[in-house]
Design a protein around this ligand. Structure first.
Ligand SMILES: Nc1ccn([C@@H]2O[C@H](COP(=O)(O)O)[C@@H](O)[C@H]2O)c(=O)n1
Ligand SMILES: C[C@@]1(CO)OP(=O)(O)OP(=O)(O)OC[C@H]1O
Length: 197
């Protein structure tokens, strides 16, 4: 069993017999060793339209015959990443930080939102432990692009590619994503908060 889980169990067992203040001390010690772990989820979906480009993780999907007709570049992966980070920090969502009526966000490269938001996250004392993601798209094979997307995301977040995963799914022709009418992304993140209680 990982050391973190063992320490957690020990804290829990002791909490039965220790007073509240001793329990708090134990938790303080646990958190100063490992920090507080926080999970975040992000999701986004955009319709696809002919005559528009498709950008995912800051990479132009050149094989895509349709793209996103949105305020920004519509990069669903980048949007879902910001939402996942904001969720883990309980700090609003994409639209709170990058409103749809903000002229600066018009035609923005959404990967820049990711880089900027990651800087904000660090300034608030959080560290990103790992990120896992899915892009779901029925029409265009993404595998040739996944390595470049992963590298872009890791660079924007200033973390190693070893802790970034970007996967593709087709949805087997089912629903609007499977039929190629839309493209979606889901993201999970784990953050460590350097904070004492
Ligand atoms: N747009 C996509 C979707 C999937 N892939 C790759 O194909 C594998 C099988 O996916 P299914 O959803 O069809 O079962 C998947 O693991 C990806 O590697 C892809 O490249 N582009
Ligand atoms: C990113 C923002 C802002 O430019 O615009 P869109 O590109 O429309 O994307 P969406 O995911 O619909 O909403 C979030 C908006 O805040």
């Amino acid at each position: 069993m990982p050391q973190l889980a063992l320490r957690g169990q020990a804290c829990f067992r002791k909490s039965y017999v220790l007073s509240a203040s001793l329990y708090r001390n134990e938790m303080r010690r646990f958190m100063s060793d490992f920090g507080l772990l926080r999970i975040g989820h992000g999701h986004d979906i955009h319709a696809l339209q002919a005559g528009y480009e498709m950008w995912l993780g800051g990479v132009l999907i050149e094989d895509a015959e349709q793209g996103f007709c949105t305020h920004s570049d519509g990069d669903v992966l980048s949007h879902a990443i910001v939402d996942a980070l904001a969720g883990a920090m309980t700090d609003g969502d994409l639209g709170t930080h990058y409103p749809e009526n903000d002229p600066n966000a018009e035609n923005a490269r959404s990967l820049e939102f990711v880089a900027e938001f990651a800087g904000y996250m660090r300034s608030r004392g959080y560290e990103l432990i790992n990120l896992d993601s899915f892009i779901t798209l029925g029409t265009t094979r993404l595998r040739p692009y996944l390595a470049a997307i992963r590298a872009n995301v890791a660079a924007a977040l200033k973390i190693s590619e070893d802790v970034v995963s970007v996967k593709g799914r087709s949805h087997d022709g089912i629903g609007e994503v499977g039929r190629g009418e839309a493209c979606s992304a889901t993201v999970s993140v784990l953050l460590r908060q350097e904070k004492s209680i």
